[in-house]
Design a binder for this molecule. Structure first.
Ligand SMILES: C[S@@+](CC[C@H](N)C(=O)[O-])C[C@H]1O[C@@H](n2cnc3c(N)ncnc32)[C@H](O)[C@@H]1O
Length: 209
């Protein structure tokens, strides 16, 4: 039963999916996201970005953070789970109404956008599930403008990690600093910086097209 519940981390579904998204929004991912976004703001002028997208947007709390931190931007959310799309739309109802926020259902390996559209694309706690990862990173690269930034933020990766029964069940891959650098460089990103907080195991990457 618990196994079935945790599968919602990979693709939220039904009542269990709604519950896990509410938990992610309120508790589990909030501190990590603020840590990552503070680091991003120290390295990039996030306030000037106009076309921003959060991929694997889950319950939409990070779309809300991006709406605040990028006040001139239209913020898109994308997720392959209909439950995540519904929750993100509900969570950002006012911004959707004001046409500052658009949430779409789609898979990161086949992004429903043209080339060179975005200034900033973020991915919080989601790249573990992207398969094939090279196709996903190439798609992000394609839709970013030249000079645009891809920001990845994960709870796991800074500390040595080995698969356990839950990660096997979720079919998730935890990428460490070297793996992220290699994958992002192979996708074409010309500048890649990976930052870790070893005490917490948190990791984030900024990759520039
Ligand atoms: C663990 S949740 C994280 C949600 C949110 N980013 C957060 O930090 O709270 C992972 C999310 O990524 C989405 N996801 C996983 N693989 C995806 C893919 N290939 N394309 C689009 N979304 C994906 C899942 O549906 C889920 O909503």
């Amino acid at each position: 039963m618990f196994d079935k519940f945790y599968l919602n981390a990979r693709k939220p579904k039904g009542v269990g999916g709604k519950l896990i998204l509410a938990r992610m929004n309120k508790f589990e991912h909030a501190r990590l996201a603020e840590w990552g976004l503070d680091h991003l703001a120290q390295n990039l002028n996030t306030a000037e970005k106009r076309m921003v997208m959060d991929v694997g947007c889950g319950g939409g709390a990070n779309i809300e953070r991006l709406l605040t931190r990028c006040p001139s931007a239209t913020v898109f959310g994308l997720d392959y789970s209909p439950v995540s799309v519904e929750k993100s739309l509900k969570h950002n109802k006012a911004a959707v109404k004001a046409e500052r926020c658009i949430v779409k259902q789609g898979d990161v390996t086949d992004l429903p956008f043209g080339d060179n559209e975005f200034d900033l694309i973020t991915a919080f706690e989601t790249v573990y599930f992207w398969k094939p990862i090279q196709t996903a990173f190439s798609e992000v690269f394609r839709v970013l403008k030249p000079g645009g930034a891809f920001f990845i933020c994960n709870a796991s990766g800074a500390k040595p990690w080995s698969p356990d029964s839950r990660s096997e069940l979720l079919d998730m891959t935890v990428y460490d600093k070297a793996a992220l650098k290699n994958l992002l460089s192979s996708a074409g990103f010309k500048k890649v910086d990976v930052h870790t907080a070893s005490e917490s195991g948190w990791i984030c990457a900024i990759a520039i097209k």
